[in-house]
Design a protein around this ligand. Structure first.
Ligand code: ADP
Length: 268
């Protein structure tokens, strides 16, 4: 069996997926990007291959994607994360149904991608200018509230009453607003819920720029946060599909692109 690696070097996390010739995901690994993308990407790949009982020789084609993709010089190809995300989303949701709209929230940006009936990208909108509406904002809020990001989803559902409104449009001012709300004896749960709705409102604006088409898929690390998912569904008034491993769609898509490129290059 031949294997294909997709390496997504994101601003916050390195995600690596290994697919087999049948485009099945055989394994994945996630590690923090830290300050040494190149070194950590190699260490993550080595650890994943070790876990899967594979060697570098088993990997016949590697595609790098994401913010730091050009750093991974050993890749056979590098590709934009929009294309890799679209291909990966389609594959990850193949048993669910057709995907027409992707919402991706990463560490430092958020995107909305519109797909055609064949899964091709027709349009996308991106926010990479402002931290509000990104994973970093969630990380900063969790830190101010002295909880972990993985606890945000649970706190959200323990909130009572109308979600608090966080009015600041800038992440730095929003952090001050959160500290002010704590000072006014609002509960952590109500603040978390307010933060999720403030992000959801921004995301809905972004999605509306590309058009809201049924078959909505949400990925990136913040899609692990069930509270944020709930807020976006309520703001959109639509159900959204979350894949089993929301953080690795783009790396999985990169691995799949590698399969097609390998076959094309070798005339298979
Ligand atoms: P990037 O591709 O830009 O590196 P990711 O898609 O990996 O970003 O998302 C990183 C963000 O995901 C983090 O900033 C954090 O807010 C969020 N995140 C990561 N793990 C979890 C988790 N277990 N629960 C909730 N949020 C998470």
């Amino acid at each position: 069996m031949k294997y294909f690696a997709g390496i997504d070097i994101g601003s916050t996390a390195i995600k690596i997926s290994i697919a087999d010739e049948n485009k099945e995901l055989v394994g994945h690994k996630i590690s923090a990007s830290g300050s040494m993308f190149y070194k950590y990407a190699h260490e993550t790949l080595d650890a994943l291959l070790n876990e899967l009982g594979l060697t570098k020789e088993d990997i016949v084609y590697t595609v790098a994607t994401g913010y730091g993709r050009k750093i991974f010089k050993e890749a056979d190809e590098n590709i934009s994360e929009i294309t890799a995300n679209a291909i990966g989303a389609r594959a990850a949701a193949r048993e669910h149904g057709q995907i027409k709209t992707i919402i991706n929230i990463g560490g430092q940006d958020s995107k909305a991608i519109s797909l055609d009936d064949d899964g091709g990208v027709v349009n996308f909108a991106m926010n990479d200018r402002c931290a509000a509406g990104t994973g970093k904002f969630l990380d900063a809020c969790a830190m101010n509230l002295e909880i972990g990001v993985e606890e945000l989803g649970i706190k959200h559902f323990d909130s009572t009453g109308t979600p608090l409104s966080i009015n600041s449009t800038c992440a730095v001012f929003a952090e001050s607003e959160i500290i002010g709300l704590l000072g006014n004896e609002h509960s952590v749960e109500d603040i978390v819920c307010g933060v999720h709705y403030s992000i959801a409102k921004r995301i809905v604006k972004l999605v509306k720029r590309v058009g809201v088409k049924e078959g909505i898929y949400f990925d990136g690390g913040p899609a692990l946060n069930a509270g944020l998912v709930n807020a976006i569904e309520n703001e959109l008034s639509k159900k959204i599909f979350i894949p089993q491993y929301p953080q690795i769609t783009t790396s999985y898509g990169a691995a799949i692109i590698g399969i097609d490129s390998y076959h094309y290059e070798n005339r298979l």
